[in-house]
Design a protein around this ligand. Sequence first.
Ligand code: ZN
Ligand code: ZN
Length: 277
Amino acid sequence: IGPAHAFTPWTALYAYRPSLESCYGDLTSYISFVELGLSADTDYADTIQELHRLTFLTNSDCHSPHPVRLAREFTRFEVGDATFTEIKKAILRTGGNKPVLNVGLPPQEGKYNESACISCFTHYTLDEAIKRRWKCSCGKRIKKGVRDRIGEIATFKEPQHPAHRPPYVYLIPLSEIIAKALGQHTPFTQSVTKRWDELITAFGSEINVLLDADLGEVARVTVPAITSAIQAFRDHKVIIIPGGGGKYGTIELPTDDGPVVPVSLGPKNSQTSLLDY
Ligand SMILES: [Zn+2]
Ligand SMILES: [Zn+2]
């Protein structure tokens, strides 16, 4: 048993409660995992001491069947076979089974990363929001972002990872990267779908295209703008403008127009290949 999208501001455990115990009472010891939700990652959650004993799942639901939403996140387990019993053992980390990798969106891309108005999506710092009593200048509600909520309940300033915590790899949906490279405003256009299909046909999966495929081979299949966008993603140069108030974060590709401050993608070690895990 465990709570899903545990930090989001609408219906989540930590939106309403300061701790597991205050929610589950004497059943707290039955909680074995927490699903992080799109707007949080391992670094956020491991600032909270009571979560250290839990397994983290990155399996946020997709809400629509479009490839940009489907399987944006997943957890890789070491299991004997893909059965419920084996996966349960992996979540409980018994019998040698365990999670070995969490894969998810950069938390800044989530819909509730920063505190923001649910109507006009103006972002506010925690102090501003409190001063305004969570009312936007447009009159509507400001929703507390996951980043600010975790800041309130954190035990530590910096994440402290327990030894069993697997690495976390950040993924940005391939069609978002293609859309930006082609100068399209959404990933739902025909030209984006065409380029996406080309790459998936050639390399089998988004993850292979994003992380593993040889860029020289990618260049042979697609247009130069998309190849350099994938290169930028691998080099951590994609800029993320955080989401909030129910609106996803957006990405920008690096330009030559001068320095931009990229959002750091968590752990400093470079994420070269999923095969490393
Ligand atoms: Zn959901
Ligand atoms: Zn507003």
